[in-house]
Design a protein around this ligand. Sequence first.
Ligand code: ADP
Ligand code: MG
Length: 370
Amino acid sequence: MTLSKRLYPGSAIGIIGGGQLGKMLAQSALRMGYKVIILDPSEDAPAKSTCHTFIQADFSDQEAMEKLASLSDVVTYEFENIDAHILHALTDNFYVPQGAETVLTLQNRSSEKDAIKASGAKVVPFENVHSKSDIENFAKTYDFPVIVKTKTGGYDGKGQYYIENQAVLEEENIPFEQADFIAEKYIDLEAEVSLTIARSTSGQVIHFPLQENLHRDQILYRTIAPSRFDYFEEAKKEAEKIMTHLHFIGVFTIEYFLSKDGVLYVNEIAPRPHNSGHHSIESCNISQFDAHILAITAARMPEVYQHQNAVMMNLLGQDLDRLENDLYDQAEWNVHIYGKTSRQPNRKMGHVTVLTDDLEAELKTLERKF
Ligand code: ADP
Ligand code: MG
């Protein structure tokens, strides 16, 4: 049964995590008149400045997590790696409409892919592997290249090993004794796309336009919305299968691989706002962050309407070094800087969204800058 509790402005929204996603969620909630309480371990978390109350504590600090919940009318999160024990303690005793089960399933690539497969949606062939010989056997069935990924804790390509052939496999040092891994067939990609969906506690579902994502070094580099690859209806169908199998509340994003032979595979699911949905802040009538707040407060959501084509470019540490003095004199650039104090290469420091009527020309201009 779906819990549905209409929460009106003035109510308090508790957010676990104060990174950029927590900050942009908080900004939406504040604009709508909610109180915001954030918990994050870092004393200079980006969202520290966008909340009424900031609790500085580890995500493993059960007492602090319960304090956040006790101050909040509804609890949500900006990331998926919450400890199962603490998550259950919260969902048993407080209003956490997203529940524990879905996020726990998605925390682990193996159970995530099992669930997607069980729903009938297409996934790339994968197997649990514990040794090099397991990978070798996998490659006997599916051929090289193979990509080996940690089951838990990976993001932006962290914990992944690209195994091009047998010789690379022999050379590679995969820490089997420190982590659990899956092997996955490496797909010759035509494109990557993603679909951001919001489902409210009252069961209403809305979709954002299909997003086309380009990664560099496995980190999202650029999103184009709507995607030039017209797979919206097919992506929606795959999403529906998954939604009958896994229970979603709030905003979530499904990442897909589009293979060169035109097959759409589900790659992974993020049960929270997603980097590829950031364009919606400027390009749509409501943003993914607005949609999440509406969904968890049981407010009626409008159908999504996109004003104009959008391109979103991530600003990583090295991009910010290069573009810092150039950012604000680009008349068309909507610049977001997250406020992280430590700038590092490949760390997401902000993003830029450009709305355009001439996509191809804009892509060329942006490619010269980034
Ligand atoms: P993360 O959790 O780090 O986002 P992903 O599985 O989404 O992990 O991998 C990150 C990126 O690496 C993908 O967006 C894609 O560009 C590339 N990649 C991962 N797996 C494959 C694969 N099986 N075939 C082709 N490219 C892949
Ligand atoms: Mg990914």
